[in-house]
Design a protein around this ligand. Structure first.
Ligand code: PGA
Length: 251
């Protein structure tokens, strides 16, 4: 059975003390709740160790927002998958549209990152999604299919089963313009079918596919009620405990 998951993506926000405070607040809010989903926060590299020390791993999962496409060596400024894993983090966001758009990440580099993450016991939260122009010209199914095929279909069924996917239409990220629950469902069903065609029904049925893009307490319930939407990857609303918890409790 696939899991319901709500994951926060803090992006480049909060200093270390601010981040530790926020993580503690979220952890505390979860202590009093019986929630129906796994809850994860993905934080800047600098925050991983202190946040890991500050939270209860049984209540709140921890992830990074990226990792390098090499194992180690002369790559100044990069942070490798083994380094991320050594902090205690269990997850890593890969292929976020901001990484693709501003840092030139391609399917080729992402394929390396996914392989290294898995090799080091990290669960990738792999992001896919079309830009506005592709939504408008109708090529969005092809675009998303290609992103999955190019970066992930080299994996064995066993390795693919370890992934979490996140559909994030780029036009909905940070814009306040959410995909409708029907638009999300349509794409999530398509993604699941794409997985089924390659890896079979069991793998497809067991893959958690999250929706991301202006997800907030007011729209989370309708989105999560869709049969193929297994949770959310939350940017802006994950920086405020009350909003984030409003989404977590939408399940
Ligand atoms: P948003 O970001 O919730 O602020 O739109 C989502 C994301 O980029 O993961």
């Amino acid at each position: 059975m696939r899991k319901n998951i709500v994951a926060g993506n803090w992006k480049m926000n909060t200093t270390v003390p601010e981040g530790v405070k926020l993580a503690k607040e979220v952890n505390k809010a979860l202590e009093g709740q019986d929630v129906n989903c796994d809850v994860i926060i993905c934080v800047p590299f600098t925050h991983l160790v202190p946040v890991n020390d500050a939270i209860d791993a049984n209540k709140l999962g921890l992830g990074a927002e990226n990792c390098a496409d090499h194992r180690s060596g002369a790559y100044t400024g990069e942070v490798s998958a083994p380094m991320v894993a050594s902090t205690g983090a269990k997850y890593v966001i890969l292929g976020h549209s901001e990484r693709r758009q501003y840092y030139g990440e391609t399917s080729e580099t992402l394929k390396e990152k996914v392989g290294l993450a898995l090799e080091n016991g990290l669960t990738p939260i792999f992001c896919i999604g079309e830009v506005l122009e592709q939504r408008e010209d109708g090529s969005y199914f092809d675009v998303v299919k290609k992103q999955i095929e190019e970066a992930l279909f080299n994996l064995s069924a066993e390795d693919f089963s370890k992934l979490i996917l996140a559909y994030e239409p780029v036009w909905a990220i940070g814009t306040g313009k959410t995909a409708t629950d029907d638009q999300a469902q349509e794409m999530h069903a398509f993604i699941r079918k794409t997985i089924e065609d390659k890896y079979g029904k069991e793998v497809a049925e067991n893959t958690s596919i999250l929706y991301g893009g202006s997800c907030k307490p007011s729209n989370a319930k309708a989105l999560f009620a869709k049969p193929d939407v297994d949770g959310g990857l939350i940017g802006g609303a994950s920086l405020d405990t009350e909003s984030f918890m409003g989404i977590v409790t939408a399940f």
